[in-house]
Ligand binder design. Structure first.
Ligand SMILES: Cc1nnc(-c2cnn(C)c2N)n1CCCn1ccnc1
Length: 117
């Protein structure tokens, strides 16, 4: 993941990647993460493909992280927030998945801020 041998990246961005890996592991381990662990099955969820233009989930984010596709931290945060924005768009606030999405977003925002300082 983070090549320690050849210094292809500045140390700063390596630290950033470690922060994302840590945060993503915490998100996946959260008890309310179950709706977001894998891509939504577009064939078996009526309306999802039409309504949600850019599906995103924690597994896809991990794959992008491993393939070094987050060149700056904004893109990582944008994808994580996409998971929660999609959830709010497709689910009622007062629903099982809607509530899980709000709790996960609050958790992420808190940990992201804590890890920055
Ligand atoms: C994420 C997410 N947002 N909405 C859904 C969903 C899937 N089916 N229905 C009726 C929804 N509202 N999902 C995916 C939830 C994936 N899931 C469901 C049970 N275990 C995982």
């Amino acid at each position: 993941l983070v090549s320690c041998t050849k210094r292809t990246k500045t140390p700063k961005s390596e630290l950033a990647v470690c922060r994302y890996v840590l945060l993503l592991a915490e998100l996946e381990a959260h008890q309310d993460a179950w709706p977001f662990l894998r891509p939504v099955k577009l064939k078996s969820v009526p309306g999802y493909k039409k309504i949600i233009k850019k599906p995103m989930d924690f597994f896809t984010i991990k794959e992008k992280l491993i393939n070094n596709m987050y060149l700056n931290q904004e893109n990582f945060v944008i994808d994580v927030n996409l998971v929660f924005d999609n959830c709010q768009k497709f689910n009622e606030d007062d629903s099982e998945i809607g509530r899980a999405g709000h709790r996960m977003k609050r958790f992420f925002d808190k940990r992201w801020t804590e890890l920055l300082h």
